[in-house]
Design a binder for this molecule. Structure first.
Ligand code: AMP
Length: 272
């Protein structure tokens, strides 16, 4: 952004803002002279049978919340401006984008990578703020920033949760009362995995089994594993750095969450 006081921080979002998004804005506000937020429900990262059409949209209240949080610039392009006729180029993040979330959502991370590169190009931020909740998205973005030599620093903020442990998500509005009551079991499964490793268990399958015992009906597991947070490789023996990742269905809604288990000594504790 020409003329903006630097550093310029960008908080990319799909709107339907909650306290998790606003924590990113707050972090950016504390660290940057100028803060921009984008609101764009990106069709490229939704599969044909996913919830693009019904994804919650709350533009007016989002703008009010961002203004109140001290955002200097809101960038909310339309789909036709982002992807005009003839649009054909995309960013392929490689094999990392085909595992776990990528396996369940083919093309999802290509969509995420492409829109983020476009947002970075449009606004030219020095830093971009993302949530640890979307851990594989973070890994993909670190990969593309490194691989494409993008002159931007990624800042990752910890996951904001409800008091019962459920990670805040714009999709939580899809849950009915019974599903909402069951949802915290996803985080309990992650906590059980962390506890198993901290008690000395290193066999990945046994560790994951401890978490699986918490994933009871009506939750249906999509995946539960312990991975390297940078590559999403899953070695048989758990070793640092290690991240517990989980996803489960509640009806037609799929929730995701993760919890760091073993950090590398030089990590700053930023939630990843
Ligand atoms: P979304 O609007 O879902 O694309 O999310 C925009 C940004 O907010 C992404 O970087 C997400 O990782 C982050 N985010 C979403 N939920 C949370 C949460 N509960 N805590 C922290 N960050 C979050």
């Amino acid at each position: 952004m020409v003329g903006a006081e630097r550093p310029l921080g960008l908080v990319p979002t799909m709107g339907a803002l909650h306290a998790g998004h606003l924590a990113l804005v707050e972090r950016a506000r504390a660290e940057c002279r100028t803060v921009a937020a984008s609101i764009f429900v990106n069709p490229l990262q939704f599969g044909p049978n996913e919830d693009f059409d019904r994804y919650p949209r709350a533009f007016k209240s989002d703008v009010a919340a961002l203004r109140a949080a001290g955002v200097d610039l809101i960038y909310a392009p339309g789909v036709a401006a982002m992807y005009p006729p003839g649009f054909a180029t995309s960013v392929d993040p490689g094999p990392l984008a085909e595992r776990y979330e990528g396996a369940l959502r083919p093309g999802h991370f290509r969509g995420v990578a492409t829109v983020c590169v476009k947002l970075f190009a449009a606004l030219g931020p020095d830093r971009a703020y993302f949530g640890a909740k979307d851990a594989q998205q973070v890994a993909v973005l670190r990969r593309i920033v490194a691989d494409l030599d993008l002159p931007i620093e990624l800042v990752i903020a910890p996951t904001v949760r409800e008091p019962d442990g459920l990670a805040l998500s714009s999709r939580n509005v899809y849950l009915d009362a019974e599903q909402r009551a069951a949802a915290p079991a996803l985080h309990r499964a992650l906590a059980a995995i962390v506890a198993a490793v901290r008690s000395g268990e290193t066999d990945r399958e046994r560790v994951v089994a401890r978490g699986r015992a918490e994933l009871i009906a009506p939750l249906r597991e999509a995946y539960l594993d312990v991975v390297d947070p940078a590559t999403f490789d899953a070695p048989d023996a758990v070793r640092a750095p290690a991240l517990a990742i989980a996803s489960a269905w509640l009806g037609t809604t799929r929730l995701i969450d993760n919890e760091p288990i073993l950090r590398q000594a030089q990590d700053d504790g930023g939630g990843m």
